[in-house]
Design a binder for this molecule. Sequence first.
Ligand SMILES: [Fe+2]
Length: 380
Amino acid sequence: MQKRVDHLIAIKAFTRQSTPIPSGTSFESAVKALLEKWEDERTGYLSVTSPILFNTLSERSRQPRGVLPLITEKPAAVKSFAYYPSSLGILRIRDTRGVILGYRFKIPPHLLTTLNNSSQTLDSCGASNGGGGGRSDSAGLYESRDYTVSAADGKKYAESRELLRDGEKGREWLRENQELFDYCSNQLRFLSPEQYVRMTGSVVKDMAKTQSADGRRLRPLGGAWHGVSLNQETDSESGSRCHQDWSNDKRLFNCIVPFGEGFQGGELVLWQMKMRIGLEIGYGFFFYGSLVAHEMMDVTAGVRNSIDLFTHASNYELLAKHEQAAGKVKYPAKQKKPRSTKKKEEGQTVKENVATRRKIREGKKLRQSATSAMRIKREM
Ligand SMILES: [Fe+2]
């Protein structure tokens, strides 16, 4: 436990400024208490293993954008996938090397009530190809809008058209659901503090240098995540198509949170992981939407709404450009490592061998010239 506390503090997942420290308690003790509370709340969670490694998913994601893995061409295969219904509770999915690939967690009901009520106040925006920060991949036909800050043009951070279109109503919806976004962010902070830091660190400072048309400094809109997609009214008539969220950062989880009055079906299929994840109202789910081909199964009864928290890769590309321009190279070229003793010794041997061979060659030449000189003398 202490090691984990030290790690959370060392990588700045928790700072003195961002942590409530009760009087008479040290900063370290406060972080430890928060971590213990989080562990208590997930006691007895189910842990399962993915048949595919994170590294394999990552390598295969380098294929051209829009090309889905072959397995997605066999729809019948879904029936044989491992199924984890919501009744199994909190679920952690890891690969055989211990990398977490998915995580289902509980969400307090009052946050979902607020989400449901606030979403009903938004005007209908019409059915479109929706689905989590990568709309060009045609995730499905249902009502969807993205509120995000991204650098899609590669030049500057900007708020999404849909937020600008919805204006104050959209901003009010974001404010009302801030507690939910923060709750999900906090889950991520404990589960994968590195991801949390990647989303809330230098990229946020860089983003804040840009102002909106009305003078606000830009900032992430979905808690730690830079954007949130609101998908509404998915029923048996609509549904989703298999896709990957190509625009999202490949090192970060998406977070899906279903909500509404109740529905049946709508499980999340994770193709390369050969899994079906039950996602009833009351749960949220982290997974790599950018690496794993996914789709929602048919909603067989009721209506399913959901939010999807995501972060565009373009923000990190722009950050890297800015850091380079400022002379701050984030990942400097590898320094020449000093040779190990063994290598030094090997190098020494090679040098010795070269010198010996040179001596032999020189000796041979001397002998040859002496022989020819003698031969010339004899002939004379
Ligand atoms: Fe998606």
